[in-house]
Design a protein around this ligand. Structure first.
Ligand code: GDP
Ligand code: ZN
Length: 287
């Protein structure tokens, strides 16, 4: 029996890559099918290469609905220093969604050829929270080797607003990928946002990247007001002295998060994002 990872699901076939990098076209063995357990891209499976048959699925570490993928190790969340300017609220919303999915995050600030003092401020803000922040430029080729290093041995998805350079970064990492890049407006015209099955690109036998950007739709419908609090990791760090439990860090007296805000240990921008997302969740719960 061989072991491999499902990298593509097309026309009823699953494409399984073994640990030598060879891809096998497989069907799911009948008895596995009867269990009605749907196989996802990213699943590790036992299969018989000679029969092209998937025999069993190894236990999943995690699974996501949108994008439909199993065993994601990390999300590389990409924003641009400029063009488009960073929208701090959108960035925090994406962070909250990925934190909620409980998947490790690395931040990547691309277009650092356009970087200025605002970029430094942003890098500091998120490094202080504990996030790893990478600076890249596909124009200057800076940070590309470091990014490649972060992807080593992992299954990664790229996420982030359109036009920040996700496709360009993937092409810079591995020119064989040939991701379609282009100006934001061109892409919208072409309607590139139609949903389709994700598949995985293999960087080497052990490193994989999803070909479709993840977390494109912002949706807080399955996050409660209480669950939202620790999705801001700095609230865990600074929230230990709060009198109430849970403390929503809004109107409560003796709140160490608000004290940290007053002393600039927590940034205004992050706290503002928290209040906005909290309000959006409240509005959703009314319906
Ligand atoms: P995606 O929508 O996130 O996949 O973004 P693309 O990779 O399609 O890039 C969008 C635009 O940004 C293209 O016009 C790229 O040429 C440009 N771009 C990509 N990387 C950089 C960079 O490092 N610096 C600058 N200034 N522009 C970049
Ligand atoms: Zn508090």
């Amino acid at each position: 029996m061989d072991i491999g990872i499902v990298i593509k699901n097309m026309n009823g076939y699953f494409y399984v890559q073994d640990d030598r990098g060879t891809v096998h076209e497989c069907k799911v063995r009948g008895r596995l099918k009867q269990k009605r357990y749907s196989l996802l891209v990213g699943d590790k499976v036992e299969f018989t290469a000679a029969d092209g048959a998937i025999e069993s699925i190894l236990p999943r570490q995690n699974q996501l609905k949108r994008p439909a993928v199993a065993n994601l190790d990390q999300v590389i969340l990409v924003v641009a220093a400029h063009e488009p300017d960073i929208n701090a609220l959108l960035l925090d919303k994406l962070l909250v969604m990925i934190e909620h999915a409980n998947i490790p995050i690395k931040l990547c600030i691309n277009k650092c050829d356009l970087a200025d003092a605002c970029t430094d401020e942003l890098v500091n803000r998120y490094e202080d929270i504990g996030y790893t922040v990478l600076r890249t430029s596909t124009y200057n080729k800076t940070g590309i080797a470091e990014l490649r290093q972060l992807l080593q041995g992992k299954l990664s998805a790229f996420a982030g607003p359109s036009g920040v350079g996700k496709s360009s970064l993937l092409n810079a990492i591995e020119p064989n990928f040939e991701f379609q890049t282009g100006k934001v407006s061109d892409k919208i015209k072409r309607g590139r946002h139609t949903t389709r099955h994700a598949s995985l690109f293999s960087l080497d036998e052990y490193s994989f990247i999803m070909d479709t950007p993840g977390f494109s739709a912002i949706d807080f419908s399955d996050i409660s007001l209480e669950e939202l609090i620790p999705l801001f990791p700095e609230f865990i760090t600074y929230g230990e002295g709060c009198k109430f439990s849970p403390c929503y860090h809004e109107h409560e007296p003796i709140c160490s998060v608000k004290e940290a805000l007053a002393s600039n240990a927590i940034s205004e921008s992050r706290y503002h994002s928290y209040l906005v997302i909290r309000e959006e969740i409240k509005q959703q719960k009314k319906y």
